[in-house]
Design a protein around this ligand. Structure first.
Ligand code: PMP
Length: 433
């Protein structure tokens, strides 16, 4: 039998770190990364035939669970007609319509292939539409790996403890101003000093790449207000939250505050149903700055690929209210049990949660976690032993304390039961770290 270890050795020789995306490496938790060879519903199977309850969900897309019959069937039907033609295709408008029905502020949509491309293009669009240069981002928010957005980024950049990335020029970095999340006075100060030159503030609707960090009451609305006052755009990155977090009517996180909308949204993950699709969207007069109607260039050989569109359409068509209710309820059960197990084992922590997205931050109960500085100050060394105990007991968690846990519609009572059974031993492992 080919073991995970064998596969890792081969992969490490061929690919940096043995992976094609750093978040998949077990850099911060240690050990040999697991090679998965199949997924069904709430479960993954590795190369050695071990089965795991999956709490990564392909990092977000698997809202309905793995291999959902309707999604697989739609993909098969699309494949049978060809893999893509480099032309317009009816499925593009169909997916765009499904997005706009649920997010009315997404008046026009441009499909792209990854979340990185969506945010990168959104930034270029904001600069092109306003004629201004500076972008403001929050420390610990991750918006993909385009040059200007890597400063003090979350996700793998946080896991590896990097300040940013080598290969990004000082000139590129200088046009991104980074401030702490949830800090209104920092935002006011930035606008007081640079207001005339700020093209956009980009924020995760609810940050979930430094662990989950909820926006304080009114923080998103404050970003809306101050950007409007200074003629800057607000870019709401819903790559992670879009069509997953359901507060207050919208099917993204944007509906958490009534009565306002961002200028530009970015989506990804769920809207591709597991295949490479993402999008930027927003008001018509802004979106029409994009080529070919406007001067801001964006293009993509695979943008709007019909097979990816089919997966996205089938996913959104099947993501009804019952799906969200199920995921919300089960997430609450797992989050409560996680917190209880840690408390029983005497592990100081805060449970960070918005809607169905949650994570744990160790040793932070005194301060809470409201920003990146507080997230980084946690006792992250407790996560490795916790993670490996869960893995040994057949539960696959994100291999970093800075990532959120993802449930799906396929997480039934049996799958949830396996997670709950595993938690006490893992909490003990965290206590002894
Ligand atoms: N924005 C956010 C909020 C994300 O969580 C991610 C990916 N985790 C991205 C952008 C980048 O998406 P992709 O990995 O598809 O490039």
């Amino acid at each position: 039998m080919t073991t995970n270890q064998d596969l890792y050795e081969t992969a490490r020789d061929l690919m940096p770190g043995g992976v094609n995306s750093p978040v998949r490496a077990f850099g911060s938790v240690g050990g040999v990364p697991v090679s998965m060879v199949g997924g069904e519903g709430a479960y993954l199977t590795d190369a050695e035939g071990q089965q795991y309850v999956d709490l990564v969900g392909s990092w977000g897309p698997a809202l309905l669970g793995h291999k959902h019959p309707a999604v697989i069937e739609a993909v098969h039907r699309a494949v049978d007609t060809g893999l893509g033609f480099g032309t317009s295709h009816p499925a593009e408008a169909k997916l765009a319509q499904l997005v706009r029905q649920r997010v009315p502020g997404a008046q026009m949509i441009r499909m792209v292939s990854t979340g990185t491309e969506a945010t990168m293009t959104a930034i270029r669009l904001a600069r092109g539409a306003t004629g201004k240069n500076i972008v403001v981002k929050f420390a610990g928010c991750y918006h993909g790996h385009s040059d200007g957005l890597l400063a003090a980024a979350g996700s793998g950049v946080a896991t590896l403890g990097l300040p940013g990335s080598a290969g990004v020029t000082a000139a590129q970095a200088s046009e991104t101003i980074v401030i702490e999340y949830n800090d209104r006075s920092a935002l006011e100060q930035v606008f007081a000093e640079h207001g005339e030159n700020i093209a956009a503030v980009i924020t995760e609707a609810t940050p979930a790449n430094m662990g989950v960090v909820p926006p304080q009451e009114g923080f998103n609305a404050f970003i809306r207000e101050i950007t409007t006052r200074h003629g800057a755009l607000m870019i709401f990155d819903e790559v992670m939250t879009g069509f997953r977090i359901t507060e207050a009517g919208y099917w993204g996180a944007s509906g958490r505050v009534e009565g306002w909308e961002p200028d530009i949204f970015t989506f990804g993950k769920v809207i591709g149903g597991g295949l490479p699709t993402a999008a930027l969207a927003g008001r018509r007069e802004i979106m029409e700055h994009l080529a070919p109607t406007g001067p801001v260039y964006h293009a993509g050989t695979l943008s709007g690929n019909p097979v990816a569109m089919a997966a996205g359409i089938a996913t959104l068509e099947n993501a009804d209210a019952a799906v969200y209710q199920h995921i919300d309820e089960k997430s609450q059960v797992v989050a409560d049990a996680l917190s209880a197990a840690l408390t029983d084992a005497g592990v100081d922590h805060t449970l960070q949660k918005v809607g169905s997205l949650f994570s744990v931050a160790f040793g932070t109960s005194q301060t809470g976690v409201h920003n990146y500085a507080e997230a980084q100050a946690q006792e992250s060394f407790r996560y490795g032993p916790f993670f490996h105990s869960m893995l040994e007991q057949g539960v696959y968690l994100p291999p970093s304390v800075f990532e959120a846990w993802f449930l799906s519609a396929a997480h039934d009572d049996a799958a949830i039961g396996r997670i709950l059974e595993a938690l006490p031993a893992a909490a003990h492992a965290a206590a002894q770290a």
